[in-house]
Design a protein around this ligand. Structure first.
Ligand code: SF4
Length: 361
């Protein structure tokens, strides 16, 4: 606990805030995006937005995996889950995500579907052996969780298991950051880069950001991590000198996790894929290579991509691009709440709408 406490030290936080106020040029606005949903949750939880000078804006980004999953992928999961001969295996954050018809895995389970929540994708193997049914792990996430889905696929293939499948819906972060930077209407000056993703990828993926004269600082999830990173970003902008920085050295190595990177390359290739709110982004999705077709749930269940990305009336798309504050959505706390979510950004523990509902209403 002492370790966490050190990164929440009030006196140091006040010093950092004073330094940020001194450094921030009052004649301009600094607009930094939290790429990661856990950063959004931490910024809201510790009230950091309100403590920063008014001309430093922290805006939410597309870093909640469940939130960026397009509607057709959610609906495809529900379609597979409705089959009698199938067991669905998933992380807990998927269980209340709404489908196009207002259904959820939780509702389907109450109606008799076999849906299991796990902490490790490899548990899928044991469940498949016990039930003998076609057992499908829902592979949703970024580079953080994609290696665990890859490990499951590889193990199932090596064991010759005939009833284990993975829905390959993982996405990659650099490609979406490129799209956000290319959209000049978003006016993003820099990124608080995702700590967990960077554990796997390392720092090189952010060089394209600094090459475009925007700041990129990999950081952790405590107040001092975030405030020291904001100070660094402000300083880089004031000097006009941009360099990728690692402010999360207690978890992230500059080169990342080379074994996990190799596993991802062995199992997946980078395919064009759909994102909620952002549309189709080239080479931003991880799909199975030909050698892994035997575990591909898309092939097994004949799932077609419909291209439908968003739920009608839900503004998750604008929230995920930092265009709209969650509280500006007409449905926020008005038909959409964590107890009764309409869109995924309100249901996920990393969702911006959920963070604002809990801490910034
Ligand atoms: Fe979507 Fe609900 Fe958030 Fe509005 S408040 S953007 S409906 S999740």
């Amino acid at each position: 606990m002492k370790f966490v406490k050190d990164f929440r030290d009030r006196e140091l936080a006040e010093k950092l805030l004073a330094a940020i106020s001194r450094e921030a040029d009052t004649s301009r606005v600094y607009r930094f995006m939290e790429v990661c949903g856990s950063h959004t949750m931490a910024v809201s939880r510790f009230g950091l937005r309100s403590l920063l000078p008014k001309n430093i804006e922290l805006v939410s980004g597309p870093g909640c995996p469940v939130c960026v999953t397009p509607q057709w992928e959610i609906d495809a999961i529900f379609e597979i889950a409705s089959r009698e001969d199938v067991t669905i295996v998933t992380f807990g954050d998927m269980i209340r995500v709404p489908g196009s018809r207002g259904e959820s895995l939780q509702k389907l389970r109450a109606d008799g579907a076999d849906i299991r929540i796990v902490f490790s994708p490899l548990d899928t193997l044991k469940i498949a052996e016990e039930t003998g049914k076609n057992t499908v792990f829902i592979g949703i996430g970024f580079e953080t969780t994609a290696p665990t889905a890859a490990a499951l696929a590889k193990t199932a293939k090596e064991l010759g298991t005939a009833n284990v499948f993975v829905a390959p819906f993982c996405k990659t972060v650099p490609e979406v950051m490129d799209v956000l930077l290319a959209d000049e209407t978003l006016e993003i000056d820099g990124f608080l880069c995702p700590g967990h993703v960077s554990v796997v990828t390392g720092l090189d993926i952010y060089k394209a950001v600094t090459a475009q004269k925007r700041s990129a600082v990999v950081t952790g999830f405590e107040p001092l991590d975030i405030l020291s990173s904001v100070l660094e970003m402000v300083r880089q902008h004031n000097k006009g000198e941009y360099e990728v920085k690692n402010f999360y050295t207690r978890a992230v190595k500059n080169e990342g996790n080379l074994k996990a990177q190799a596993l991802l390359k062995e199992v997946f290739y980078q395919a064009d894929t759909d994102w909620r709110g952002l549309g189709r982004i080239p080479k931003s999705g991880l799909r199975f290579r030909d050698e892994y077709q035997s575990v591909d749930a898309l092939a097994k269940f004949g799932i077609q991509e419909t291209g439908v990305t968003d739920l009608k009336g839900c503004k998750c798309g604008d929230v995920l691009k930092g265009k709209m504050k969650p509280s500006a959505c007409p449905m926020f706390d008005n038909g959409c709440t964590p107890q009764n979510p309409y869109g995924p950004c309100m249901v996920s523990s990393e969702g911006s709408c959920s963070a604002y509902y809990k801490y910034e209403r």
